[in-house]
Write a new protein. Sequence first.
Length: 254
Amino acid sequence: MAGVALNIGAAVIPAGYADEDEEEETSERSAGLPFDYYAVVDFECTCERDCRANKFRHEIIEFPVVFLNARTLQADLEFHRYVRPTEKPRLSDFCSELTGIQQETVDNADTLDVVLREFHEFLEKHGLVHRPRERGPEAPLFLVCTDGPWDLQCFLRPEARRKGMGLRGYWDQAYGDVRASFAHAFLSGKSCGVQEMLVCRGLSFEGRPHAGIDDARNIARLASEVLREGCSLLPPPQAMTGGGRVHRCSRGRK
């Protein structure tokens, strides 16, 4: 990220954003914001062509997180790693074709436990916190956001349980569902995929579909559309209570 970052309130804004007009607009948007950053996640996982029918056990192979500044509605920070699967180390041809991730890439990557630790160190480096009581001028508050429930409920949490990995609180607490929030803001509650949501706002997909980092960047653009409309990226009720409707992992993904 080029330039020197500026601290405005609890947000970290790269140099070049803070001209007078933008400062005024940012100040108006800042009042009463529930979060300083939205951490938009979109994992890519191992898969096979018929994995839905076979109850396939997915493993994360790409771990991208794009941090959307709630004040500027710009992506300030990114965390991006590839991950080496351990249960089924060989990627299927279908998986490589879909995601663009090659076997050599994951063979040279760290395992999920290491990447999770590196992500936490990234948060600490930038002073990002997930507990409201810890929020402050130098401690911006963030919320994990996803495109629907699958990344957390069907990918990260089940894999962590299988492998005996403890997850930090920000992975287990309430999360923002960009797809549900977008449907509420623009589509009268009707849910659709990333590319359809972009078209709805007169936008086009930037990058390669199913490349995790490109998906996450585009989902962050959709999150900014929701926030710009004055709507909230409210966590779904079932994420807050731990109960509610069970999401089928084999359906609705992008």
